[in-house]
Design a protein around this ligand. Structure first.
Ligand code: AMP
Ligand code: MG
Length: 352
């Protein structure tokens, strides 16, 4: 298959979006920018489209897809109307008023119209209304319901740039809409509204505090953090976002972290291994590695979120065989960054 690449920085490029929408309505796949990462879109209500998405990504088919909509009211077609589920929908409405369109995905009981192929066999559906204008226009052109996981092959870092979509997907999808670099760079926060209290299944830009302000108490699925028990978002059990090199996250007081990493770097050098360090603007000059990449300033954790996946991909491009990363803390986006780092490292962390 020939993958068509179209640069589209304006949501009012009607001809491009009409063509992309037609491809999706006819059962094809189009990758497109969102405010979180690039998504790989297919018709969420067409089981064959969902199967194609799994195939193109090499994704296990028990790992459900997020359905993207472009108006709140479109959620009603996706969600169960049973009286027992009304309260969940009311909570969704309150969250939507606060955070949609935006980087928040809600889990709700599904209606019969959503194929099990889209939900990985689950009786719940994940729904998001993205803020990115091109994404909204594409969803509208595609008929209103676009299933879209991140546009990377399974296990690889999610793409923040169209060139990384092509690296993974060229030849296996119909079209890529290149809208430049994404804004946030990490996937949406996922909150499960089918349990009481609601539970965060994946941390992201919308933090626990922000959700609690609207809903009262919100729990966090700790299993998703440790790599131990099975997490409740099926996708979180897989090794994710992983670069090819062996990666370790190093946590502790900053001078200790730098000393430990430099010590390890000397050992790796003796062993003849090409080394990489994921650092910050404040620390990058202090490391003696073959490749040192800063994800941004500690003072601005949003910049770390935005550059993390690209830095992981660059480590591969430059052939890093062993990678050390500084840890991140913090309650908001720093927590989401740390969650992805640990998954990228297969939960290999050293405390110094
Ligand atoms: P991605 O599409 O790559 O951002 O991954 C989507 C994430 O959403 C995966 O970790 C899925 O397991 C999770 N997810 C999607 N639908 C559901 C659902 N119905 N219940 C729980 N988790 C879900
Ligand atoms: Mg993904």
């Amino acid at each position: 298959m020939n993958t068509k690449v179209i640069v589209c920085m304006e949501e009012d490029d009607k001809a491009v979006l009409a063509e992309a929408g037609r491809i999706i309505r006819q059962g094809g796949l189009v990758a497109f920018p969102t405010e979180t990462v690039y998504g790989l879109g297919g018709d969420a209500l067409n089981p064959l489209s969902s199967q194609k998405i799994y195939q193109a990504k090499g994704r296990p088919s028990d790992n459900p897809l997020i359905v993207h909509i472009c108006r709140f009211e479109d959620i009603y077609r996706l969600v169960s109307k049973a009286p027992a589920h009304r309260k969940m929908l009311a909570a969704a409405k309150r969250l939507a008023e606060a955070f949609w369109p935006g980087p928040l995905t809600m889990i709700l009981p599904k209606s019969e119209e959503v194929p099990f192929e889209t939900t990985g066999g689950l009786s719940t559906v994940a729904v998001r209304f993205p803020a990115h204008k091109t994404a909204q226009a594409l969803i509208a052109a595609a008929g209103g319901y676009v299933a879209a996981p991140s546009a990377n092959t399974s296990g690889r870092p999610s793409p923040a740039l169209a060139k990384y979509v092509l690296e993974d997907m060229e030849g296996s999808i119909d079209m890529v809409i290149d809208g430049g670099e994404v804004g946030i760079g990490l996937e949406s926060t996922i909150v499960d509204l089918t349990v009481e209290p609601a539970e965060i299944l994946r941390p992201g830009y919308i933090s626990r505090d922000m959700l609690q302000e609207i809903l009262g108490r919100v729990e966090k699925d700790e299993a998703g953090e440790t790599g131990g028990q099975a997490p409740r978002a099926p996708g979180m059990k897989y090794r994710h976002y992983a670069p090819h090199g062996d990666m370790t996250v190093v946590s502790g007081e900053k001078e200790n972290v730098m000393a430990y990493i430099n010590e390890q770097l000397s050992l790796q050098k003796k062993a003849g291994k090409k080394s990489g360090v994921i650092a910050t603007d404040e620390s990058a000059a202090r490391y003696r590695a073959d490749i040192v990449k800063s994800v941004g300033s500690r003072a601005d954790e949003l910049s770390a979120a935005k550059h993390l996946y690209t830095v992981l991909r660059e480590m591969d491009e430059e052939g890093a065989e062993v990678i050390y990363s500084e840890a991140f803390t913090g309650k908001g986006i720093g927590e989401a960054v740390m969650n992805r780092l640990l998954k990228a490292a297969g939960y290999h962390m050293v405390q110094v």
